[in-house]
Design a protein. Structure first.
Length: 350
């Protein structure tokens, strides 16, 4: 999928590339290899360079610097060459440290670092234990059935003034809420005109066959979040969703943007794709194993999205059986409880 940046972004175009969640690759090493290939083959700067996670935004680790990735070392000295890719990577890292993280710490102190540690650890570890439910990229862009979109849009236009600041915990770093709190309108709020069962059931019933056909799975309703209103300057840190939010849908309800605000998705192919959406578009994605976020600040007034989540299940599964989307644990993955048995200390795996 082509990565689209507006004309306001730098003139060069990046192919955003990451790696399968089942292995971890150092992004700086990848940058070095890409730059070396480019120089050895006398390629121009216009040629896209591939890079892994932790470049557009920290996902698996927090890099300290990309400045050395474009340097060659000789016996006499160090010669550094700045390339569009390394400049982009360093600019993104500077934004993370001196804008995003600095702003959070000014508001909440060390709670921000704890939240970031949890986000990054979850993004790194959870996909390794999850089963992908689709054989393709792990995401798909479609159009919402017109009659369903009309119902959602009518609800939004009637109740958008009822939006309230979305509550976030102190130090929570999934959204830069300390700078601009996103808003939310609950679609299940029966006190709002058009809200409640009629609307939510229409959405559930319309999306279930679409997602079921895509995944090939029986689905149970997991969560239908209200319409979230992202505002000027908001970013959504790259993450994976908690269980049982597995087979998920983003619906673009409305937006007023100066330039596209892409959803960055790391596909099952290892590539990072920037997906732009218009009102009435929907994106299906495996949110339990697909890294996803919006790491670039929103330029415009707002973007309103609705979120719907399903859990794949097996109706005939025995009671208390593990979720079908969770990979069987290896012996080394299980917790060892030291136990004295027959005079020896042995591991009892739980």
């Amino acid at each position: 999928m082509t990565v689209l940046f507006s004309h306001r972004r730098p003139w060069y175009v990046f192919f955003l590339v990451s790696f399968s969640p089942y292995r971890s690759v150092d992004s700086t090493s990848l940058l070095n290899e890409a730059i070396l290939r480019k120089e050895e083959n006398n390629l121009e700067d216009e040629v896209p360079l591939k890079y892994g996670v932790d470049v557009s935004f920290p996902m698996h680790h927090i890099p300290s610097s990309f400045s050395a990735s474009s340097c060659k070392y000789t016996e006499e000295n160090r010669v550094c060459k700045t390339t569009p890719l390394t400049k982009f990577a360093q600019d993104r890292l500077d934004y993370y440290h001196y804008n995003f993280l600095k702003g959070c710490k000014a508001a909440f102190g060390e709670d921000c670092l704890r939240s970031e540690k949890e986000r990054i650890e979850m993004a790194h570890r959870q996909p390794q234990t999850m089963k992908n439910m689709t054989s393709g990229l792990g995401f798909r862009k479609l159009r919402l059935p017109p009659e369903v979109f009309e119902s959602i849009l009518e609800f939004w236009q009637t109740n958008r003034h009822e939006a309230y600041d979305e509550p976030w915990p102190a130090g929570g770093t999934y959204i830069n809420h300390w700078e601009t709190p996103p808003g939310v309108v609950r679609v299940d709020n029966t006190s709002l005109p058009g809200g409640g069962y009629d609307l939510t059931s229409q959405v559930w019933e319309a999306l279930r066959p679409i997602v079921s056909e895509w995944t090939g799975q029986h689905l149970e309703e997991a969560s239908m979040y209200g319409i979230r209103i992202y505002k000027t300057g908001n970013i959504l840190a790259t993450h994976v969703d908690r269980q049982p939010l597995v087979s998920s849908v983003i619906i673009n309800v409305d937006q007023d943007l100066d330039e596209p605000w892409p959803l960055e998705v790391i596909g099952h192919d290892g590539l990072a794709h920037n997906i732009t959406m218009e009102p009435g578009d929907l994106v299906l994605y495996e949110s339990h194993s697909i890294l996803h976020g919006r790491p670039y600040p929103l330029k415009g007034r707002f973007l309103a999205n609705m979120f719907v989540h399903f859990e794949p299940t097996r109706p005939d599964a025995p009671k208390n059986s593990p979720p079908i989307y969770r990979l069987p644990m290896k012996r080394s993955d299980k917790k060892c409880t030291p136990t004295l048995k027959q005079g020896r200390v042995m591991c009892i795996f739980e």
